[in-house]
Design a protein around this ligand. Structure first.
Ligand SMILES: Cc1cc2nc3c(=O)[nH]c(=O)nc-3n(C[C@H](O)[C@H](O)[C@H](O)COP(=O)(O)OP(=O)(O)OC[C@H]3O[C@@H](n4cnc5c(N)ncnc54)[C@H](O)[C@@H]3O)c2cc1C
Length: 584
């Protein structure tokens, strides 16, 4: 085992991790550990854009953006954080422009902007053009731009290093960050990284669903590591289903397609969103559009022989506009469905997309250990974190914004902390937990298969914990997950080697998914109301009296070693806006 020492260690090289690294490297000796080569991070798959009230093409301001974010999140958003997000959005976009990002331009040469769901003028009057974009490759451009700037700043990367554990240690009765344990893919060797400050920027956890827009690598490793070390996870029941995934495959077709004028239609050709959101129609927030699509399907107005999807219609848009603004997603339709989007509507269905919940932080990115106290030296930003700027439902284009605003903040705060803090002693045998897990899985033979457990997990999550939920379906999901977790204890991997053992890593990732799926379901069972992305058919209304609060889930272990999940709650920060009924 090798030990390394850095002032600041960042886990993850997606948008949040690299934005943090650019700041941290200027201020402290920094290393970035990433399981993927940086430019393969999921940020690179983001298509539609990044929100900022630049007002380049239409009247706009950050206050409207704040309001839309709060209302879009069904009032579960912490309003102080949303205000920072919307205010700092403007500099965030300009920073990326200065770093070299090739945004689409208006004829006058300023950054062009397009419409996206839930972004409106003057508190809901009409849709507004707020999303800054680079065709339908905005995330790719952000990731490349940030990577180039990391190279320029001399950021030190450890690529294909899987962080599998977080090390905390008590100093004078306070738990502080001490380091992380990582497995090097190329050698199978374990490494301990000691650091004064650690930033988790390890992304989302969408692979516990089958129909998902998320890359195979989004397995919630950071959330699970924190949870296992006794830290809470916030609002995990809120998972976003994006309305327009390619039918059956889940591959994303950006909301930018509707921002450019695309229309959702049922089997009768009807523009059904007019009935659900008369003002902004197809550009209603994602939770509402996904529910509307499934309502159409359930009521027999779905398309195809099984009436199990609806259409995204782009046929009325000029081919030149599709080629210039949506080149990738129109190509996806040709490649994956054999459909020509110039002339034919595209079959779509909602797809698991984004974790609103995660590791709770304050607006500096400091990780909370309970409702009020932080873990000194520990930070989180991006999809792994919950600030909470997205509340119960994230607005499109607010995540690329989140990773830039809060990635930057976490990078600065971590490096400034590292400048004055001391290293915390490592706990005894720091690598033990990971080493034991690895040995157990490699040495076992003839045990349960990773692929089978993962498939069953995804099936029960798709069936029981998706857009519509009830007590019964959630209980079923929980029962299935408990059984799968028991089987997981006997999992064995085929590849017994050390080098490039992806078999072993998939087994470890599956452990994380199982743990987090259970947190999601337990949190969802307890939330007996419907809010944003969490819709309970048995409790169809929002209940502000009992549930205007964040869920905080903790892992508890009794003296016999039995695990359970304890739920607590945290107040929502409300500053300007009183909760109202959410109509569009
Ligand atoms: C298809 C798609 C399209 C999207 N389009 C948009 C959009 O147009 N606008 C928008 O605002 N949002 C969009 N989103 C959401 C947005 O892209 C993501 O939420 C955001 O990019 C997440 O960034 P991140 O830096 O937090 O994580 P990621 O970009 O996912 O990066 C995670 C990083 O963590 C590393 N990592 C993970 N686990 C480990 C581990 N155990 N050890 C070491 N490293 C680890 C990975 O290697 C990676 O570098 C889209 C998402 C998807 C899936």
């Amino acid at each position: 085992m090798q030990t390394h020492k850095y002032d600041t260690v960042i886990v993850g090289a997606g948008g949040a991790g690299m934005r943090a690294a650019i700041e941290a490297t200027k201020r402290s000796r920094t290393a970035v550990l990433t399981k993927l080569y940086p430019t393969r991070s999921h940020t690179g798959a983001a298509q539609g854009g990044m929100a900022a009230a630049l007002a380049n093409v239409e009247e706009d301001n950050w206050e409207w953006h704040t309001f839309d974010t709060v209302k879009g999140g069904d009032y579960l958003v912490d309003q102080d954080a949303a205000e920072i997000l919307a205010k700092e959005a403007i500099d965030s976009v300009l920073d990326l422009e200065k770093m070299g990002l090739p945004f689409n331009r208006t004829p006058e040469g300023t950054i062009d902007q397009r419409r996206f769901g839930g972004h409106t003028r003057n508190h809901g009057e009409a849709a507004v053009r707020r999303s800054c974009y680079a065709a339908d490759r905005t995330g790719h451009m952000i990731l490349q731009t940030l990577y180039q700037n990391c190279v320029k700043e001399g950021v030190e990367f450890y690529n294909e290093f899987y962080v599998l554990d977080l090390l905390l240690n008590e100093v004078d009765g306070v738990k502080k960050a001490a380091g992380v344990v990582a497995l090097e893919l190329a050698t199978g060797e374990l490494h301990v990284f000691r650091a004064k400050a650690i930033v988790f920027a390890s992304g989302g956890t969408g692979k516990f669903y089958k129909v998902s827009s998320n890359a195979h690598t989004l397995t919630g490793d950071g959330q699970a590591a924190a949870f296992r070390r006794g830290l809470p996870l916030e609002d995990m029941e809120f998972f976003q289903f994006h309305p327009t995934g390619i039918w059956k495959m889940g591959i994303l077709l950006t909301e930018g397609a509707r921002g450019e004028g695309g229309i959702l239609r049922n089997k009768d050709g009807e523009r059904f969103m007019e009935r659900y959101a008369p003002t902004i129609k197809d550009l209603a927030p994602r939770d509402m559009v996904s529910r509307s699509i499934y309502t159409e399907i359930r009521e027999g107005r779905g398309c195809g022989p099984d009436a199990d999807h609806v259409y995204l219609d782009l046929t009325h848009l000029p081919p030149e506009q599709l080629d210039a603004k949506l080149p990738d997603i129109t190509e996806f339709a040709r490649t994956y469905l054999g459909i020509e989007p110039y002339t034919d509507p595209i079959p779509i269905q909602p797809t698991a997309h984004y974790a609103m919940g995660g590791i709770p932080t304050n607006v500096k990115g400091e990780v909370l250990i309970n409702n009020t106290d932080i873990v000194p030296g520990l930070y989180a930003a991006g999809e792994v974190a919950c600030v909470s700027v997205h509340g119960a439902n994230r607005l499109g284009t607010n995540s690329l914004l989140d990773i830039n605003v809060f990635g930057r903040r976490a990078g600065i705060a971590a490096a400034e902390y590292a400048a004055t803090a001391d290293f915390v002693e490592l706990p005894e045998a720091p690598e033990k937990f990971v080493a034991d897990e690895v040995t157990r899985m490699r040495d076992a033979s003839g045990g349960e298969s990773v692929a089978a457990i993962r498939r069953e997990l995804q099936e029960t999550m798709d069936r029981n914990a998706m857009v519509f939920r009830t007590e019964q379906t959630l209980k079923q999901a929980r029962e299935d997950i408990v059984e799968l977790r028991a089987r997981y204890k006997n999992v064995s991997v085929q590849d017994k080697g050390r080098r490039f053992n992806t078999d072993l890593l998939e087994a470890l990732e599956l452990g994380n998914l199982l743990e987090l799926a259970e947190v999601l379901v337990v949190s969802a069972l307890a939330r007996k109301e419907s809010r944003g992305g969490h819709y309970r058919e048995d409790f169809p209304d929002r209940d502000d009296v009992n549930f205007m609060r964040h869920t905080m889930a903790y892992r508890e272990v009794d003296p016999e070693g039995n695990e359970s999940i304890r739920l607590d709650y945290k107040p929502v920060v409300q500053t300007r806006y009183q909760p109202m009924e959410r109509k569009y």
